[in-house]
Write a protein that binds this ligand. Structure first.
Ligand SMILES: Cc1cc2nc3c(=O)[nH]c(=O)nc-3n(C[C@H](O)[C@H](O)[C@H](O)COP(=O)(O)O)c2cc1C
Length: 377
């Protein structure tokens, strides 16, 4: 499709989302709408016609967006972040929405119902969601079987985490549980993300402790896999804490980092909604994570002198947001909240905008722009 036709198509869908779909969705419980979207997406992804029509509405491709990272070929650098498709129900439809890859999960060792409902709230003015899901998913055995039967048309990463249960407050038990998820999914998908930054599980984030991370990665190293391994970082760590974790990760089988997960503190300057009626639980997504994620990407890129693969996520809702993360050092990008606030056509809008920004700056290929704003020694 020509650029002008794509722009017109996107503008029509954007208006339809803004004036029809979004008012309908946003008048309803966020988790209910999320579940309904999963059901519809799952149905569309199962049939050829559903995939073809979705592609017609949302797809966009450009040669400058093709990239190969960690030996994996991507048609564009923008992926669906972990947490939207927890149970891998959308692997059929996500390629047609225009994403270059998808991360399913987080998937835990055991089936996990998550935290009590309600557990998601919208912050309309701040363009953010308060998430308190608590790692609800069907568990690694069931999802491993399901994923092994699935046909992947784009790279699919598997995010794994520790089951959110009291038994895992014991470190040795928690590591066994984490290792179970790693092992069950070691042969499926393009890469594995070790999610050590979920803000919503019992016991907090035990693996930001250096001894605990060392013990966890030592255990995971023993499990054979051909897939690259990433770790997902919290935006609430100090740079000194991040440096310690990076040094530990480098001594183990870790190939890159994802910056970042949800942020917990509510005194974030991007939070402009009144939070009085929202319980003091959960983590914030969207705009409040944007600058934190940008800063961490630049920090990791500088510290590791461009040698650590970085996936940038947090508050992306425009091509400019995406491009900034790339120029700060991200080789790949992910998003969720921007799509919920702006509509699914935003994936195509971002990719089209990225191709334009790359051409404007004289880059023929997205990889050429990675880290150009960060001076290296
Ligand atoms: C509904 C929802 C559920 C999430 N669940 C997970 C999860 O299970 N595992 C994970 O690593 N991140 C999870 N996240 C965090 C996102 O993957 C992402 O890091 C964060 O939302 C920032 O990106 P965004 O601003 O584009 O949403 C979740 C986010 C949302 C909005």
């Amino acid at each position: 499709m020509k650029n002008v036709a794509v722009s017109v198509r996107n503008a029509i869908i954007r208006a339809g989302y803004r004036y029809i779909c979004k008012p309908y969705f946003f008048a309803r419980d966020p988790e209910l709408v999320h579940n309904q979207m999963i059901t519809v997406g799952n149905m569309l992804g199962r049939v050829w016609l559903g995939r073809a029509l979705t592609s017609l509405l949302f797809n966009y491709s450009h040669p400058s967006l093709h990239t190969t990272v960690l030996g994996i070929a991507f048609k564009n650098p923008l992926g669906l972040s972990a947490g939207f498709d927890k149970n891998a129900d959308l692997v059929g439809i996500i390629p047609s929405v225009g994403f270059g890859f998808e991360e399913v999960g987080s998937i835990t060792g055991e089936y996990c119902p998550g935290n009590p409902k309600p557990r998601m709230w919208r912050l309309l003015k701040s363009k953010s969601l308060v998430i308190y899901y608590g790692l609800n998913n069907r568990g690694c055995v069931v999802l491993g079987q399901q994923l092994r039967r699935a046909l992947f048309r784009i790279p699919v990463g598997t995010s794994i985490a520790m089951t959110n249960c009291a038994a895992n407050l014991d470190r040795a038990h928690g590591i066994k549980d984490f290792a179970k998820a790693f092992r069950e999914l070691a042969d499926v998908g393009a890469y594995t993300t070790v999610n050590i930054s979920c803000p919503n599980a019992q016991g907090g984030q035990p693996f930001v402790d250096s001894g605990a991370l060392e013990a966890l990665l030592t255990e995971l190293d023993k499990i054979p896999t051909n897939k690259p391994v990433l770790i997902k970082l919290s935006p609430d760590l100090t740079f000194a804490q991040v440096d310690t974790l990076l040094d530990i990760a480098k001594a183990h089988r870790v190939h890159g980092v994802i910056c970042t997960n949800l942020t917990k503190p509510r005194d974030n300057k991007a939070v402009v909604d009144d939070l009085a009626n929202i319980p003091a639980v959960g983590g914030l997504s969207g705009a409040p994570t944007k600058e934190l994620s940008d800063a961490l990407i630049a920090h990791v890129y500088t510290r590791e002198q461009g040698k650590c693969i970085i996936v940038g996520v947090g508050g992306i809702s425009t091509a400019e947001d995406a491009y900034r993360k790339i120029r700060l050092g991200a080789s790949l990008l992910q998003m969720i909240t921007g799509m919920i606030f702006e509509g699914p056509q935003v994936v195509s809008e971002i990719n089209q905008g990225l191709a334009r920004l790359l051409a404007r700056d004289g880059f023929t290929h997205v990889s050429q722009a990675v880290g150009v704003d960060v001076p290296l020694r």
